[in-house]
Design a protein around this ligand. Sequence first.
Ligand SMILES: [Zn+2]
Length: 211
Amino acid sequence: MGLALVHDDSFGQHDSRFPLDDLIQHFSFYKGIGAKTAQRLALETIMLSPEKVQLFANSLVETKKNIKFCSECFYLTLQEQCHICLDATRARDTVCVVSEPKDVLSIDQSKSYNGLFHVLGGVISPLDGMYPEALRFKELQDRLSKGVIKDVILALNPTVEGDTTSLYLQELLSRTSVNLFKLAQGIPIGSDVAYLDEVTIDRAFEGKQKL
Ligand SMILES: [Zn+2]
């Protein structure tokens, strides 16, 4: 067979893009990752051994396939309930309400909080199509109706949407007997709870205010 008859899909496409463009684009999807960092991550990843790249790819696919929401708090887990809900050393009468799983990760590192969580799945933001029905308020009310939870701490981001959601919860829970708290002021307005440092989170919990 002559060379001219050899057909390979990669031949003749004359793709003038940088060969890592696709990979860089995947990394740049992440919040807080700029173009330079995405480029560096793509380059570092591609310099790994083929075995490590395969393990990385497998881990991504397998984790995505097997991970689900905890049936109790809606944090992430590979089982029915997450490791936080299953932890018998935690205070079961206190629940911290957050918007996203990443907030749990950040607050869980705080030494000032040892209770349970409730992940709403977002914040009220009609412009983005996020109405109260789309969030897990009903599930929170169901948990509270069991009578074990006494304290609820609202730890939503200090943004317009976060404040709207906190007010909505305040109204929703005003007829229950739970003590409602919000984190101490001092968290910068517009910031994201998930990216706060440990000291700021500890202070916010220590100085939590009763609503
Ligand atoms: Zn859980």
